[in-house]
Design a protein around this ligand. Structure first.
Ligand code: CA
Length: 757
């Protein structure tokens, strides 16, 4: 017996000795340590910055003794430059890596494969961070984490700030070794992802249309999605038998979309739109989908990004189009203050297959201000409605299966507002501990917002003179305010680069005028954002050559979105040579918003702004929200605006244009105005033009392309009836968009306009 014990002891000692833990300081040391790994081995990256580290972790670990890659101290090791990681083998465990300050030279920062043949199985990625690790080329595509193989687990990681095209986390099914994979994606923090302004900004995608008939069996559970605004699909499900359970979507613009694949379960998720614009919930396509016990609050999105969207399909759909909704079970969901439930959405000549054999049961909807709630785009007889509750009467076409009940709202233990009917709180079955910013991701990495707000920094008072403004901009920090204190000339002989959020404004009672001698007064470069307030711009000293501007974006790709705000400013004498624009943007740049108010523009040889540099017609554009309020435009040789979004892609929401209380006089008659228009809009998805006067201007042209563009034109004073020209793939006529009473002939006494406030 004694001998036997000794034997076992010796056996385990040998096993222990065989397991080596190696602290490595260089890539050479790493490669040496990684060259032959056996179960239980661990490689530890030493503290510090690892630059251009191309790591391969390959080996066969075991369930009890995985092969580990970790760090000396969490938070003190970062992989930067052109670093990336590949995993291949069995039972690999990666923990604590941080990727930042760079981007992968490959297609995937962390790949669960070495090549198409050698995949990783039974492996785990935990407490890792990928933060702003974005290719500087905005439309160069890569993914941050790509799952291949089977039985892998991605948990407690932090992914934030992907600025270039490509899915943040992707599950690939492109080999039989990767289907029925049983991957688990849980407790991760998916931090803010900016609007890409294009398809390809999904935060999570499982499968592709090509493999959408395969079973994936991936579980996505307990994750926190924080302002994932990349595109219309926060999650794009594209394979069979996946489960999305107990996740929280906080102020995300987009929906959990069952784009392809059947038998998806969407259960116990919380969608908090908090009334932020375009926030959405769940979109149902394909067969045998289950949507139950989900909760939504303040979801404002409409059409495909509604709180709950059931789509029409395409009869005999090809793989990449829309399969009919069949056998859907939608039950026990609660939506509060979420206005847009869309049934048979997308119904058109192609998408004509309505949902069939589906049930819609025990769902509750509360609106403090009753609205339409449910929009029906086609025949809903294939959906059986039963025992649903609303707190106000619905239109007759959808009232069957809904009871109107008196409801109040009550806050539950998670702070969520739940409807109460009588004494009964209507609460979907949600997890006890909801995912939050605190309990997801890793506590060792800050989740504080990285985008710095305007006016959050220091105030710098600057006197008039040559380059005093240039020096102040150069010395400024993110969020600073530069205040021009003199009613005098501020001359720029050098071109300042705006590298961070910055406000430049007049001091109270001061009327500063800015002159510039380079081709622009300011360049907004990557990371830059600008507010201009109370300033006069005079183009007199701009160089005598064509193509000057006041504000330009970078000529190079910007992987960070910017905002430009212009208030109470005056632009004059932009007439040195031809084609002098106010705002000049370049391809591969994107503004979250351009807002111009209470400003005047006079004597300009170019355009006020041509936001039309994405000409590939693949659904990309230059600005999301463009607002023009209370401005006067006079003597502009070019157009005031050209705004372009080409192609028919349906992945984005914008651009949104809002023109209100503006006057346009003598616009567009320069011989170089290639638009032959005062305003040219192409593929703009939301157009509001109101309360404005067009006097001696070229036409307002609208070419309507995508889906169902919203056009609201009202209270305009025009010279000619046909001054607004509408074209498009769909047979829009002016009468469809606005009535003649919205347009008043100039010279009429009772102009419906409010003039400048
Ligand atoms: Ca997409």
């Amino acid at each position: 017996m004694k001998q036997y014990t000794l034997l076992i002891f010796t056996f385990f000692s040998c096993l222990m000795l065989a397991q080596k833990s190696t602290l490595v300081h260089t890539i050479e040391e790493y490669n040496k340590a990684a060259s032959s790994l056996t179960p239980g081995d661990e490689i530890i990256l030493a503290n510090g910055v690892w630059l251009d580290a191309e790591l391969l972790l390959e080996g066969i670990g075991s369930a009890d003794a995985p092969i580990k890659l970790s760090v000396e101290e969490k938070g003190k090791v970062s992989l930067e430059g052109q670093s990336y990681l590949r995993l291949a083998g069995e039972y690999l465990h990666v923990e604590g890596l941080v990727f930042r300050n760079g981007y992968t030279p490959t297609n995937e920062v962390i790949s669960f494969r070495k090549n198409s043949k050698q995949l990783a199985n039974n492996s785990r990625l935990t407490e890792c961070v990928i933060d702003n690790y974005s290719n500087p080329e905005r439309h160069e595509q890569d993914s941050w984490v790509a799952l291949y193989g089977k039985n892998n687990r991605v948990d407690h990681n932090h992914f934030e700030g992907k600025g270039n095209r490509g899915v943040t986390l992707i599950v690939r099914l492109n080999a039989k070794e990767s289907i029925q994979n049983n991957h688990v994606i849980e407790a991760n923090y998916f931090g803010p992802r900016q609007n890409l302004g294009s398809n390809g900004g999904e935060t999570l995608r499982i499968g592709t249309s090509h493999y959408s008939m395969e079973k994936s069996n991936t579980l996505v559970r307990g994750n926190y999605f924080d302002r994932c605004d990349g595109e219309h699909e926060i999650i794009s499900n594209k394979s069979d038998q996946n489960t999305y359970k107990d996740n929280v979507f906080f102020e995300c613009i987009g929906t959990l979309t069952m784009r392809h694949g059947d038998e998806t379960i969407v259960e116990g998720n919380v969608f908090l739109g908090n009334k932020k614009r375009n926030t959405g919930g769940i979109r149902v396509i394909n067969g045998q989908q289950t949507v139950k016990n989900n909760y939504g609050y303040g979801l404002t999105g409409y059409r495909f990004r509604g709180a709950l969207v059931v789509m029409n399909g395409v009869p005999n759909s090809p793989l990449n189009r829309y399969f009919q909704v069949e056998d859907a079970v939608i039950e026990n969901n609660v939506f509060v203050e979420s206005e847009h439930i869309q049934l048979c959405a997308g119904s058109d000549a192609e998408r004509s297959a309505t949902p069939i054999n589906s049930t819609f049961t025990n769902n509750t909807f509360y609106l403090s201000e009753p609205s339409k709630l449910i929009t029906v785009y086609d025949d809903i007889s294939g959906i059986a409605f039963e025992n649903n509750n609303v707190n106000f009467p619905l239109a007759k076409e959808v009232s069957n299966g809904f009871s109107v009940k008196k409801m109040t709202l009550i806050q539950d233990e998670n702070g969520l507002l739940m409807p109460k009917i009588g004494r009964k709180i209507i609460r979907p079955n949600l997890p006890e501990n909801l995912p939050s910013k605190d309990n997801t991701g890793t506590t060792r990495y800050s989740k504080a917002d990285k985008r710095i707000a305007f006016d959050s920094g220091k105030l710098h008072k600057v006197s008039a003179g040559m380059n005093t403004l240039f020096d102040a901009i150069k010395a400024s920090a993110p969020g600073d305010i530069i205040e021009l204190t003199d009613t005098a000339d501020y001359t720029l002989t050098k071109l300042p680069l705006v590298k961070h959020p910055l406000t430049i404004k007049a001091a109270e009672n001061a009327k500063p005028t800015i002159f510039w001698e380079k081709k622009a007064a300011f360049d907004i470069v990557n990371g830059g954002e600008l507010v201009l307030k109370g300033l006069s711009f005079d183009g007199e000293y701009a160089p005598d050559g064509s193509g000057n501007a006041v504000v330009r974006t970078s000529k190079y790709s910007m992987n960070k979105n910017y905002s430009l705000v212009i208030e109470d400013c005056h632009f004059d004498n932009l007439d040195v040579n031809h084609s002098f624009d106010v705002i000049k943007v370049y391809k591969n740049t994107f503004a979250d918003k351009i807002h111009i108010s209470n400003s005047s523009f006079n004597n300009i040889t170019g355009h006020v702004m041509a936001l039309d540099k994405e000409t590939d017609d693949v659904g990309i554009y230059n600005v999301e929200f463009l607002t023009l309020h209370n401005n006067s435009f006079t003597n502009i040789q070019g157009a005031v605006l050209s705004l372009h979004r080409g192609g028919k892609d349906e992945s984005t929401f914008g651009p949104f244009l809002d023109v209100d209380h503006c006057t346009f006089k003598n616009i567009g008659y320069g011989s170089r105005n290639k638009y032959d228009a005062a305003i040219q809009l192409y593929g703009v998805q939301d157009i509001q033009i109101k309360n404005s006067i067009f006097e001696h201007t070229k036409d307002i042209k609208m070419h309507l392309v995508v889906g169902e563009p919203i056009v609201n034109v009202s209270h305009l004073a025009l010279e000619r009836k046909d001054q607004i020209k509408v074209t498009g793939d769909q047979a829009y006529t002016i009468g469809d968009l606005f009535t003649s009473s919205d347009v008043v002939k100039l010279g009429t006494d009772n102009l419906p306009l409010g003039t400048k406030k």
